[in-house]
Design a protein around this ligand. Structure first.
Ligand SMILES: Nc1ncnc2c1ncn2[C@@H]1O[C@H](COP(=O)(O)OP(=O)(O)OP(=O)(O)O)[C@@H](O)[C@H]1O
Ligand SMILES: [Mg+2]
Length: 448
């Protein structure tokens, strides 16, 4: 599974190229170039991890080439190869972003060690970029809870397909655990030490989507001040999760289909082909066959994604899990606050079991968080969880108009919370237009 790193050796002396080739070819893919033009050409057509670059070349000098290569791919690591008398130039190269220099004649072991370190750094930089993006969306809980057979079947499916390379399409209502399942597939797979990268198709505006996925080269469009890696490149050797995949517009759907099939793509504004080795997982809360018949989703992409379908049951279809989940989340939130976990009274639990949970596990989790902080005693009573009455007790004595507004405010904020803040989804649930919702949020000063 581990892909071999590719090393480009640029040197005008045939003997030097051959000896590098001899030393490296057992552990790496080695490509050879004898001048700057050739090097640049090869660089454009292949995914290169490390370049060994001679400082003196017939058609250009190593420094210029270094700058060009770095501009093309900022993540490439370059090791300068130099004679003693050119050490000054080598130092300049380091300042310009070369990883290290080696002085001719050199010991083979030294060069191998430097290459290994350069490769490690490359992986670390990639991971850092990814971790930074991941930190912003910290997922507190990874543990999946459930005893119902419907969810049990899902757990079983996850462990059977985790090892395979096939794409997975996770379908289920909002809040049923689609993202959690995607992460579980990754964590159980041989890719677990490589990145898991989320592309949130509903949250990224269509105009930015292509660059988000594929990256862009410097100057590709106004504001593209430097070459940037896309999510696919960051996810190489790992798993990429296309959340709310139905939100991709038709042209991006075609591009996604191509990447899944060819495992290669170009950054926006660049012709360099980037090869990736990625497991694709996608999720949606829509019925995609319906979207296909409306012409909103490509049928060929659907079949590509749907190699392993996973259907997540709504919480109301597995009511026996409700107490389990409630106690699970109450435990988690009590640990956070250092208090003993609250427990639901019998009546409160019955009410929870009867509730339909349109926002599924997320709605239940939010409720558990709320009662953990606001329910007065250790036992949660039915009145502590009455879902739509949250604001009710404070509105006595108001005019009807103000009371209605107060209720509307609480209700909108509950629904928003239950759908994870998605305005589109909330508007759907409320049966009003998105713009109406936005103006109500504004007028009522709904806290988000
Ligand atoms: N079986 C489960 N056990 C424990 N926690 C769960 C389970 N299912 C879901 N959750 C939790 O519920 C919340 C919602 O799950 P998740 O974000 O995976 O849902 P989703 O289907 O992606 O929802 P949406 O469509 O709204 O994005 C998360 O905090 C997740 O950790
Ligand atoms: Mg989700």
């Amino acid at each position: 599974m581990e892909k071999r790193a590719t090393i480009l050796v640029v040197d005008d002396e045939r003997g030097v190229r051959q000896s590098f080739n001899m030393v490296l070819k057992d552990d790496y893919n080695v490509l050879l170039a004898e001048n700057g033009d050739q090097a640049f050409d090869i660089f454009g057509k292949n995914m290169i991890d490390v370049v060994l670059l001679d400082i003196l070349l017939p058609d250009t000098n190593g420094i210029d080439l270094l700058e060009r290569l770095k501009e093309f791919d900022p993540a490439v690591e370059i090791i300068m190869v130099t004679a003693v008398k050119e050490i000054q130039t080598a130092v300049t190269a380091i300042k310009l972003g070369a990883y290290e220099y080696v002085i001719k004649p050199f010991a083979v072991d030294d060069v191998l060690t430097i290459i290994e370190r350069a490769l490690e750094k490359r992986t670390m930089v990639k991971e850092l970029t990814y971790l930074r993006s991941e930190l912003k969306r910290y997922q507190p809980f990874e543990k999946m809870v459930g005893k119902d057979e419907k969810i049990g079947a899902v757990f079983e499916l996850i462990s059977t397909i985790a090892d395979s390379e096939g794409t997975v399409l996770i379908q289920g209502e909002s809040g049923t655990g689609k993202e959690l399942v995607a992460r579980a597939i990754h964590n159980l797979s041989p890719r677990k030490d490589n990145p898991f990268v989320v592309i949130n198709c509903a949250a990224i505006p269509a105009t930015l989507m292509e660059s988000e996925i594929f990256g862009h080269s410097k100057g590709a469009f106004t504001g593209a001040i430097r070459t940037t890696m896309g999510k696919l490149e960051i996810a190489n050797k790992g798993t990429v999760f296309f959340d709310d995949v139905d939100n991709l517009d038709i042209s991006m759907q075609a591009k996604l289909l191509r990447v899944i099939q060819e495992k290669e793509f170009e950054r926006v504004g660049s012709t360099k082909i980037i090869k990736v080795e990625i497991r694709f997982v996608a999720a949606t809360n829509k019925d995609l066959t319906d979207s296909i018949s409306k012409g909103e989703f490509r049928e060929d992409l659907y079949y590509r994604l749907n190699v392993f379908p996973i259907q997540l049951p709504a919480l109301r279809e597995r009511r026996t899990d409700i107490p389990l989940l409630i106690n699970h989340f109450l435990d988690i939130y009590s640990k956070k606050s250092g208090k003993t976990p609250k427990r639901f009274s019998k009546q409160a639990m019955m009410a929870a079991m009867k509730h339909d949970w349109p926002g599924n596990v997320r709605e239940l989790q939010n409720l558990a968080e709320r009662v953990s902080t606001v329910a007065p005693g250790p036992v949660v009573r039915p009145e502590d969880i009455s879902l739509l009455n949250t604001g009710y007790r404070q509105i006595e004595g108001m005019t009807l108009k103000d009371a209605v507004s107060a209720f509307e405010k609480t209700y909108i904020s509950e629904v928003l919370e239950n759908v994870g803040g998605s305005r589109n989804e909330a508007a759907n649930r409320l049966g009003i237009h998105r713009n109406t919702l936005l103006s109500r949020i504004n007028e009522l000063d709904v806290k988000l």
